[in-house]
Design a protein around this ligand. Structure first.
Ligand code: DQA
Length: 144
């Protein structure tokens, strides 16, 4: 099984950006956790981060025919991007939305998720563990 783990803008700054909200672990630490999880579950994880909306759309389109499940943290584009929503709908690959922070308890503008409308499940506020939970869900639901 091939899982694509997509991260949006500013997630490359994990460990530096607002550690009170996102913690002190880095994006490299997150990649290590995803690799460990993929090894344990016996799947391949392709990781991609971009600060650019169109690059994330391109990567979702690239996934068509190649990827069996998507874990996506669209970061700020969660709350604005119809393009990412449409790309997820276009490829119809099972997807899980992850947010490191508990967006429900933050500003009102973070309460809307466009990408989430195309996702089977949303995991929020579990820190980096949310990515592991999303991968476990995809493997249990679609693994072969
Ligand atoms: C985030 C929450 C978003 O509102 C924010 O813009 C991010 C990160 C999270 O993982 O908690 O960049 O997606």
């Amino acid at each position: 099984m091939n899982i694509l783990v997509l991260n949006g803008p500013n997630l490359n700054m994990l460990g530096i950006r607002e550690p009170g909200i996102y913690g002190s672990s880095t994006y490299a630490d997150l990649l290590a956790l995803i690799e460990e999880t993929a090894d344990r579950l016996g799947v391949h994880a392709e990781c991609y981060q971009s600060n650019h909306e169109g690059d994330l759309v391109d990567k979702i389109q690239w996934a068509y025919g190649r990827i069996d499940g998507i874990v996506i943290n669209p970061a700020a584009y969660t709350h604005t991007s119809v393009a990412i929503l449409d790309a997820l709908k276009a490829v119809s690959i099972p997807a899980v939305e992850v947010h490191i922070s508990d967006v429900d308890s933050r500003e009102a503008f973070r309460q809307i998720s466009y990408a989430g409308l195309a996702c089977e499940k949303t995991i929020k506020g579990h820190g980096f563990a949310g990515y592991r939970e999303a991968m476990e869900y995809l493997v249990s639901a679609y693994g072969h």
